[in-house]
Design a protein around this ligand. Sequence first.
Ligand SMILES: [Zn+2]
Length: 102
Amino acid sequence: MAAGSRRAGCSQYKSQIPKLRVVSRCGCGCPTVDFAIGLGCKKGYSQIVADMEGTSPEGVRVGVIVHIRQDEISEMEIYSITGESKGFSLPKPTSLVPIGGW
Ligand SMILES: [Zn+2]
């Protein structure tokens, strides 16, 4: 484990992906979603494990950040790189390019 790294170990979280359920969505109109594996979404301090960018089906350039809370994947944040808060949806996974992590 690299001391001082802001990223958590990534590969240990990949096995959680098939178990994730979407439990809530951001209210502002963006496609950001909260996940849970067990009963509820984990709260509190978050660590970033993946930073990606891609293109939404509408052609908007978006960034995707995956947050870990209490050792579970808890949120996938999607934001427009050009600043819109609406008018885009989840990017195609195949369009995503890692900025780091994973
Ligand atoms: Zn939002």
